[in-house]
Design a protein around this ligand. Structure first.
Ligand code: ATP
Length: 222
């Protein structure tokens, strides 16, 4: 059977999830307490309804029990976001993704059993900060509180040197898991692999180790 989705809260974040899922041909129920927002999504989502997501009876009546994956994208009203998550959890929704507004909000959502918690502003802020520090940092993806994956363009400091020579694993505790060269991707490169200028390295490691690695080998001298 086709998987069904619901997006609660049609602000910029929830709205763009709803648009993208619909564009991909998915069945999406869009819900917001604001009539104007709902009208905006009438032609986009499979169904768009005005409702207060903290109203358990309304969610039951809308058949939320049968929805496979619900995305709660209520922003500023943390109280409403938590209450909605609790109700959906009690309804037995299989998968719940919730947008957190701050760290305390995230802690509460964790405790009440949200399956995935996203923090788009914080995560995007981190990614952009890293690319501001060095234009050679192309992307930065947080894996946990302490570990990340970075995509780095090899500059002068790394070009024409082998992984062995740079000794990235021993010196920085980071692992180069792949090297992209044009369209080619070398997964698990050998220690003897020589890096070329503008190669893209995918590096995984603890944040503190990645910072040292970036400082020594990625950031051009200030
Ligand atoms: P974004 O940054 O994604 O634009 P935001 O973080 O500023 O959004 P809000 O605008 O506060 O978030 O909320 C997102 C949407 O959630 C709004 O359209 C709002 O009407 C809706 N919303 C808030 N509370 C409820 C509720 N109890 N039930 C249904 N929708 C709600």
């Amino acid at each position: 059977m086709k998987k069904s989705y619901a997006v609660i809260g049609l602000g910029r974040f929830g709205g763009s999830i709803c648009k993208e899922l619909s564009r991909e041909g998915k069945e999406v129920l869009a819900l917001d307490s604001d009539e104007d927002k709902v009208n905006e999504f009438k032609e986009i989502a499979s169904d768009a309804v005005i409702a207060d997501a903290t109203d358990e009876a309304a969610l039951k009546e809308l058949g939320f029990r049968n929805i496979d994956h619900v995305i709660v994208a209520i922003g500023d009203n943390i109280h409403a976001s938590i209450l909605t998550t609790l109700i959906l959890k009690e309804l037995g929704i299989k998968r719940l993704t919730v947008k957190a507004q701050n760290d305390y909000h995230e802690k509460v959502l964790n405790k009440i059993g949200a399956d995935e918690i996203v923090h788009p502003e914080r995560d995007m802020g981190k990614r952009i900060a890293h690319s501001i520090i060095s234009s050679n940092v192309l992307d930065y993806l947080e894996l946990s509180d302490e570990y990340s994956v970075v995509e780095i363009k090899a500059g002068e400091k790394m070009a024409e040197r082998t992984l062995q020579d740079l000794d990235i694993r021993a010196k920085y505790g980071c692992n180069v898991v792949a090297i992209k060269r044009g369209k080619e991707i070398n997964v698990s490169p050998m220690a003897t692999e020589e890096i070329e200028f503008n190669d893209i390295l995918i590096v995984i490691g603890a944040d503190k180790d990645i910072s040292r690695f970036e400082k020594d080998l990625v950031i051009d001298d200030e």
